[in-house]
Ligand binder design. Structure first.
Ligand code: GRF
Length: 201
């Protein structure tokens, strides 16, 4: 065995995304020069997703897959070959199959653009979340980082941050405020989880 290879091996993070990928970009930037932790791959289910371009400058391998490949076990096999310490969902819109969730229990996290359990569940994604917050007349909202279990947005909560909503804020304004929080905290929380550090900022 090549011992030097083993010594130099980094802790792997795998990212899953379906959309624009602003969080993915932020996470890639955060870990770019980390000597111990690396983004090992981006898993994406949409060939035209903006996120595919986001990772190019970082040389991060991408794995494009269909819903069928996700559900047939092909994605699980690929994941096992990478052996990630953490699987990070960042705007990933498909439900992970039970076999992946159970094999990576408490090793999969997601970010949701509301203060769960409020405004979570099926159909609660993107602007729908912020529209619902606005309709309800809430004066604050926020973001939640949580473990992934078999249901949508229902796993144990790891970290939440809130932000005030002005009466004049549109759903788009609210979305911007929440995304800013996400960009500020997600990578640091990932880092803290991997290194087993406190994250009560
Ligand atoms: C974020 O708002 C996140 O909370 C949700 O999906 C959105 C992804 O945005 N899960 P981006 O693709 O990272 O820009």
């Amino acid at each position: 065995m090549d011992i030097s290879l083993k010594v130099n091996q980094k802790t792997n993070i795998v990212l899953f995304a379906s959309g624009g990928g602003s969080n993915v970009l932020r996470i890639c930037q955060y870990f770019e020069n980390n000597s111990k932790i690396q983004v090992a791959a981006l898993f994406c289910n949409k060939s035209n997703a903006g996120v595919m371009d986001r990772v190019k400058p970082f040389g991060i391998p991408t794995f494009l897959f269909s819903k069928t490949q996700l559900e047939s076990g092909e994605v699980l096999i690929k994941l096992k070959s990478i052996a990630p310490k953490l699987i990070v969902l960042a705007g990933f819109l498909l439900k992970l199959p039970q076999q992946i969730v159970s094999q990576f229990r408490r090793k999969i996290i997601n970010i949701h653009p509301s203060l769960l359990p409020k405004f979570g569940g099926k159909g609660m994604y993107g602007i729908h979340v912020h529209q619902a917050v606005k309709n309800k007349g809430d004066t604050s909202t926020g973001m939640t980082i949580h473990y992934v279990d078999e249901q949508y947005d229902s796993g144990d909560i790891i970290f939440q941050k809130s932000v005030d909503i002005a009466p004049t804020d549109t759903p788009e304004d609210i979305a911007q405020k929440v995304l800013k929080l996400e960009h500020y905290y997600y990578a640091s929380v990932i880092h803290a989880l991997i290194e087993d550090l406190p994250y009560d900022w």
